[in-house]
Design a protein around this ligand. Structure first.
Ligand SMILES: [Zn+2]
Length: 258
């Protein structure tokens, strides 16, 4: 009987050792895989960012400090590489995802033609409750007709803009948002560099003595319906915030995963 129990214990012991051994093997395998992904470089992502910097410098401008991911696409590798070049990067739902700013209620909210206006207004109401609140509204072209799904009409943009103005919350640019301490703030951002930023949005904001932020694709400037460098420079001169949305607008996450 005693001998039997000893055998059982012995088996149990070697079984534990085996489990630990294989566990370690699997764990180190997984770790190596994660580590390999972390250290692997993706020159196409770097190129997208570096081309933007070069284009800005060619125009005699300082390279942008902020980035918005095209299609919102990012993962840990994309974030790590972009963070080498930029102070912040913006997704399309969760707000700025690095560095870990201590901003409460940090959200990015789409202002599209089919967005629910009451919901948009509720975001403005909500951000006021947080002394470090940062609310980022984003959209694309601002057009009266022939809109794509991700665009908005001037009327709708104006409605949420005026609601934000009437709320008394500070409306600022992304670049300046990080300099403000202990006061809620709202930033309106416009992706892709459509020329409606210049023709429609800029005057709408100027009428209210406000400024906004455009995330541009330097490789697309001058194309049909897109901003030109002359327009961009004029916007910068009056205080408009021009930031980076990549050079050619690829989904940076696809450059890692495919
Ligand atoms: Zn975009």
């Amino acid at each position: 009987m005693i001998k039997y129990i000893r055998v059982q214990k012995g088996q149990l012991f070697s079984c534990c050792i085996m489990i630990m051994f294989f566990g370690l093997l699997i764990f180190s395998g997984l770790n190596t895989a994660v580590f390999a992904e972390e250290i692997e470089d993706f020159p196409e992502i770097r190129r997208e960012i570096e081309l933007v910097d070069e284009a800005f410098k060619e125009q005699g401008l300082k390279p942008p400090r902020h980035h918005a991911y095209p299609f919102g696409g990012h993962n840990s590798t994309v974030r790590r590489i972009v963070a080498e070049y930029r102070d912040t990067a913006r997704g399309i739902t969760a707000g700025i995802n690095f560095p870990p700013y201590n901003f409460e209620n940090l959200h990015t909210v789409a202002v599209f033609e089919n967005s629910n206006m009451e919901e948009l207004k509720r975001w403005v109401d909500k951000v006021q409750l947080f002394s470090k609140g940062l609310l980022i509204f984003y959209t694309h072209a601002v057009l009266p007709e022939d809109l794509y799904l991700y665009d908005v009409t001037p009327e709708k943009l104006e409605e949420i803009l005026d609601y934000a103005v009437d709320s008394g919350v500070k409306i600022t640019t992304l670049d300046r948002a990080f300099e403000i301490k202990d006061e809620p703030r709202i930033v309106f951002t416009f992706d892709d560099g459509f020329d409606t930023d210049y023709y429609t949005v800029l005057p709408m904001f100027a009428e209210r003595a406000l400024l906004g932020t455009s995330y541009i694709n330097t490789g697309k400037l001058g194309e049909e319906d897109m901003l030109t460098w002359d327009q961009v420079k004029e916007m910068i001169d009056i205080g408009w915030d021009i930031q980076c949305h990549s050079h050619t607008h690829p989904n940076l996450r696809d450059l890692v995963e495919n």
